[in-house]
Each structure stands twice: as structure tokens, then as C-alpha cells.
Design a protein around this ligand. Sequence first.
Ligand SMILES: CSCCC(=O)C(=O)COP(=O)(O)O
Ligand SMILES: [Mg+2]
Length: 230
Amino acid sequence: MIRVILTDIEGTTSSISFVHDVLFPYSAEHMADFVREGEADSTEIREQLDAVAQLSGVARDDIEGLVGVLDTWIREDRKETPLKALQGMLWEQGYQQGAFRGHVYEDAAEYLQRWHDRGLRLFVYSSGSVKAQKLIFGFSEAGDLTPFFSGYFDTRVGGKKETESYNNIVSELGVDPGTVLFLSDVEAELQAAEDAGMRTVWLIREGDLPQTDRVVARDFAGVDELLQQR
Ligand SMILES: CSCCC(=O)C(=O)COP(=O)(O)O
Ligand SMILES: [Mg+2]
């Protein structure tokens, strides 16, 4: 019996193009100034730069070098925790200034509400920081969806393709992994979750359906049909 739904964001609740064509370019455009200015007066930014220096091997006092590393990581879509933390802080400005609103598929917004109202507990697991997760759902085109969620997980529990991360989530939630349904568009993430004992549905929103033994759905209405059958 499924009691918890754990969902990915990019490609699952929200379009890949919103993340890659809106959020990432915004962070690429503003990161250098954000870091240069924040270095002087924000402890939070300084801490993330400490982590960037440690991970990259670039000297901590070489701000332009660190900016270069962040630029490269954005271009390469690296899921490094300090990059994700800095992007979350930056996107907050963008959302608050009305530069964009969070894209959430209509079916996702509808079924998040329905599942919440039906008593399922909803959680997010994304490589985007917890702050970035709260922003995309809080400032979504469908309004504030954060009341539907009971909690958020990011790469601080581990990478999304690692089974240990899902073990960590299960122990934090204090639930039987078989009661958790993980939704994602990335097969390696689904495999890692299944290896931790979770149930999964592969969201394939566009293109042909692959030949697979996995449980697949086109959208959240399709996930709901599967839930009703279980
Ligand atoms: C929280 S919105 C930004 C998502 C993001 O930064 C990202 O890298 C996408 O990661 P996901 O795990 O949701 O595929
Ligand atoms: Mg995804």
C-alpha cells in the first residue's frame, strides 16, 4: 500500500526546458556579480564558495577562478551541492522580481492536490537545493503548491543515482520503503530507488515509450490510475 509519494522535479513535475532554458541561463547570467557582491557581506555565500574551492582545487582567494568553475559547472549541468545552493539563492531574486514563475505541469499540480487531500504524504527529491524546490512550487504558474508537501530532500542526502540516498530518505521518514512510490524521468534514479526497496513509476512525458519492464506513465493522471490498481 503506497502511503508516501516522493517526486523528482525536472522532467517529472516540471519541464526540462524550464530548468535548462530559463533557470540555468538566469543563473549563468547573474552568478558572477552575485558571487562577487555576496562574498563581502553574506556568510551563506562565503560558505558555499569555501565548498566550491574545496571541490575544484581552485584557491579560495581566487574569486574569478571560482566564478569560472561555477560557470563551467552550470554549462555541464553538474549536480554539485554548493552550485545548487548558490543557484537557489539566485533564483529567489528572479522569482521575487517576477523574472519567471515556476513551471509545473497542469496534471502534476492537479494530482499533487488530489493525493494530498486523499491523505498521501508528498515529498520532493531533486538535485536542486531545498530552497530552489520550495521556490519552484511556491512561485508556480499554478499558484503556491508548497502546502501539499510534507518535506524536501536534496543532494545533501546523496546523489540521485545512489541507492544509499534512498536508504537515507527512508530512514529519515521512518517508513517501510515498500510504502514509498518514487516518480522520476531518469531510469538510473528509478533503479537506485528500487534497490532501496521503493516502488517506482517512470515518467515519460514525450516521445516514444521504450520497451521496458518498468512501470511507466505519461503524466500524473497515469500515475494515479496505477495507484488505484495497487
Ligand atoms: C528545483 S528546480 C531546479 C532543478 C535543478 O537545479 C536540477 O538540477 C534538476 O534536478 P532534478 O533532480 O530535479 O532532475
Ligand atoms: Mg528528472
